[in-house]
Design a protein around this ligand. Structure first.
Ligand SMILES: [Zn+2]
Length: 282
């Protein structure tokens, strides 16, 4: 009991120390002023302790989740450095983890939209593939009511079915992390892949999975994740493909997909200079 009390007091003193150092830094008018989130428990918890606004935390999650798996990669002792945190768009966000470091810098394009780019001026995400396989034809589109070929009832089909020969390789449409890889009722052998914080893709009826593919495995864009089959509730070999955005199933053929962005060529020199100045100040 006594020990537990002691730990609690030590934690409190530690937290107060972190808050006070950050407050001192946040009051300066220097554009290179910075705050640090020291990870002790979770990003949300530690950000609050460091006086970082929820809006900036949202930006951190949106930008870094293309490179950092917040469930698996984050460790005690990792840091997020926020440079120029007086506005809603800090000039740089830097993650320093035990395994990797990722730094991104703000750039506002001609239309006035601010995004974050790596030191070479590329967004952390790449463009998605338009289809996850070389297919024969689309046998069923995204629709609210479809006469189900096996159940003979009207059911929504919030996916696209691509017909292809059994064994045709199926690719991940973007880099991401495997969430599920299992046999799941009507979907048969299915793989779920999470891309960034908002997108998930689902690949169903596979005949088999790519070897070595497991939950939490990182996959690259275009990597083979399985092979076309007819497992689960299916009338013949095809890929049932779903695109989920913020948890909702969207039409994969029409829903806007991330396209890699770049700092415009004419601004690149300036952008790199600013980024290097920030990195040198750390
Ligand atoms: Zn389907």
């Amino acid at each position: 009991m006594f020990n537990r009390q002691l730990i609690r007091v030590a934690l409190l003193i530690g937290a107060l120390f972190i808050i006070s150092t950050n407050t001192v830094l946040a009051h300066g008018s220097n554009p290179l002023e910075r705050s640090t989130i020291h990870i002790t428990r979770s990003l949300n918890y530690d950000a609050q302790r460091a006086n970082i606004s929820p809006q900036i935390v949202k930006t951190i999650i949106r930008v870094f989740s293309w490179k950092v798996d917040f469930n698996k990669d984050l460790r005690k002792g990792d840091r997020f450095i926020i440079v120029g945190n007086s506005g809603i768009n800090p000039s740089a966000l830097i993650y320093i983890g035990s395994k990797k470091r990722v730094a991104v810098f703000a750039y506002t394009d001609k239309r006035g939209r601010t995004n974050y780019y790596d030191i070479n001026g590329n967004s952390l995400y790449q463009s998605f593939l338009s289809a996850p396989l070389k297919y024969g034809r689309i046998s069923s589109k995204f629709q609210r009511k479809r006469l189900h070929p096996i159940l003979k009832t009207l059911k929504p089909h919030r996916a696209v079915d691509f017909t292809a020969k059994k064994g045709t390789p199926v690719y991940s449409v973007a880099s991401g992390v495997v969430q599920h890889r299992k046999k799941m009722g009507p979907l048969g052998n299915v793989v779920y892949i999470k891309h960034g914080s908002n997108y998930t893709t689902v690949y169903a009826h596979l005949s088999r999975f790519a070897s070595g593919l497991k939950p939490s495995t990182k996959v690259k864009k275009g990597q083979v994740i399985g092979y076309v089959g007819s497992t689960g509730r299916s009338t013949g070999p095809h890929l049932h493909y779903e695109l989920r955005y913020k948890g909702k199933r969207k039409n994969p053929l029409t829903h806007p997909l991330p396209k890699q962005k770049q700092v415009s060529h004419s601004d690149l020199w300036n952008f790199k200079n600013k980024a290097n100045t920030i990195l040198r100040s750390l």
